[in-house]
Design a protein around this ligand. Structure first.
Ligand SMILES: *[C@@H]1O[C@H](CO)[C@@H](O)[C@H](O)[C@H]1NC(C)=O
Ligand SMILES: *[C@@H]1O[C@H](CO)[C@@H](O)[C@H](O)[C@H]1NC(C)=O
Ligand SMILES: *[C@@H]1O[C@H](CO)[C@@H](O)[C@H](O)[C@H]1NC(C)=O
Length: 426
């Protein structure tokens, strides 16, 4: 009994030390025009310094370049065989043969940070440091929330190749113990739950929320109330990714005849299925799915919408004359695409703003790409298709909530009424 009381007391103080629990933590998301990557910004180190990071929904953990002036008095490398190494599933134990500095210390366990845009993997030491992010109570701004022992990996500067200019690493939101959502949930006593809303333009921010909400927009509506839900499926060979069970695809309400075995996950090979990917600018589909999909879209576009096909503009395969397309509140008026989920009644609708890419004044193209005949994952729902959609990942409950396009509610991802109360100076 006494031990239990002591434990409760300990837990009480521990939670207070990680800042009194705010309702919701959030991070801004900007879209980089040159790379179409989505960039967020976390404050890290002592003194707190802003770190722009490419957001990767399926990334394993946070990694930053420690070789170009990472300077923080609270940086600690993690000793081999410690509990933290085990939490990070780190196997290696590393030595440093030059001057010790962040990223190069003796007897430190190591991870394999990956640039998931290029597929490059290096090694990097596991470390802890302070991170900070803004909080909110509903739409009221709250204080800056601070987590003191946040696990991340150092990486060498070349791992930044092909990331947006000014970026210093990647923020991994994958489903493991040291992914951002899990660590923040543990530090602030949240459920393992976050919601992501990617901006469609480089001019205004989107947002990621952590915690239980409410996720209020300017008009006072809590969007959580409006979501539809589908189970998150685990691919045993890609455990960090968020897969959903697309059973069929409809274009203008007509079901495509697709190879069903490509739509499900092969548990032994890890192939097939449908996942979400924020480092993929446009959705990709395995070649046979892509061929049926584009042919059906083109047929519906011409027959029902009187759209005029024009020569393709790479990387897209199907393009139309802009003049032949009406523009509505929800984007270009084109055939709707429905990703049908666990039942015919649950579908993710992709309308014009998320299907058509304006490539020039005269031409717009269907924003889906051929993933190749040997695509490991049959369908990857990419960034362009996620923009101005609110997607809730309830990791603990293994379910995903989605809004479909917020434009149908006359909202965008920039309408969330959240502003940090004060800026953290560096
Ligand atoms: C780390 O250990 C190696 C081998 O014991 C030694 O040569 C090296 O000088 C040490 N490095 C530092 C930074 O202490
Ligand atoms: C469906 O896809 C599976 C897996 O790629 C393949 O083995 C099979 O031959 C395909 N079936 C048809 C009818 O194309
Ligand atoms: C279809 O488009 C063409 C030119 O783009 C136009 O001449 C024709 O009247 C349109 N037909 C309908 C039914 O709207």
């Amino acid at each position: 009994m006494a031990i239990l009381r002591l434990l409760l007391l300990f837990l009480f103080f521990f939670s207070l030390s990680e800042a009194s629990t705010p309702a919701t933590l959030f991070l801004p998301i900007t879209k980089d025009g040159a790379t179409h990557q989505y960039v967020t910004r976390i404050y890290q180190g002592t003194p707190l310094t802003p770190f722009p990071l490419v957001l990767d929904l399926a990334g394993q953990f946070l990694w930053v370049d420690c070789d170009s002036g990472y300077s923080s008095s609270s940086y600690r490398s993690v000793r081999c065989r410690s509990i933290q190494c085990a939490a990070a599933n780190a196997q290696r134990c590393g030595l440093c043969f030059s001057t010790p500095r962040p990223g190069c210390n003796n007897h430190t366990c190591g991870l394999s940070p990956e640039n998931t845009v290029t597929g490059t993997v290096t090694s990097g030491e596991l470390a802890v440091d302070v991170i900070a992010l803004p909080s909110a109570y509903g739409s009221e701004p709250g204080p800056i929330a601070t987590a003191h022992h946040f696990l991340f990996s150092c990486a060498p500067t070349p791992l930044l190749a092909h990331l947006a200019s000014g970026v210093r690493g990647m923020a991994g939101f994958g489903r493991n113990r040291i992914g951002l959502p899990s660590q923040l949930a543990a530090a602030f006593n949240f459920d393992r739950k976050f919601a992501i809303c990617l901006p469609s333009s480089t001019a205004s921010d989107g947002v990621v929320f952590f915690g239980n909400g409410p996720y209020t927009v300017v008009s006072g509506i809590d969007l959580l109330e409006t979501l539809q839900y589908t189970p998150v499926i685990v691919n045993p060979l890609l455990p960090d990714d968020y897969f959903i069970g697309v059973e069929s695809i409809k274009i203008s309400g007509k079901k495509l005849s697709l190879n069903a075995s490509l739509l499900s996950i092969d548990d032994r090979e890890g192939t097939g299925g449908t996942k979400l990917g924020t480092v993929v600018p446009y959705s990709t589909m395995e070649s046979s799915i892509y061929a049926i999909f584009t042919k059906a879209f083109e047929r519906a576009a011409i027959a029902a919408f009187n759209m005029t096909r024009v020569a393709s503009v790479g990387p897209f395969g199907v393009c139309f004359s802009s003049e032949s397309v009406d523009i509505t509140r929800t984007g270009p008026s084109v055939p709707t695409i429905d990703l049908v989920l666990q039942s015919e009644m649950v579908y993710w609708r992709i309308s014009g703003a998320n299907s058509m890419v304006q490539v020039s004044e005269d031409v717009m193209c269907l924003g889906f790409l051929d993933g190749g005949p040997n695509a490991r994952t049959s369908i990857v729902v990419g960034g362009f298709q996620l923009e101005n959609n609110l997607v809730l990942l309830d990791v603990g409950a293994s379910r995903l909530g989605f809004s479909s396009s917020l434009l149908t509610r006359q909202m965008t991802c920039s309408d969330f009424n959240l502003r940090p109360i004060r800026r953290v100076s560096s």
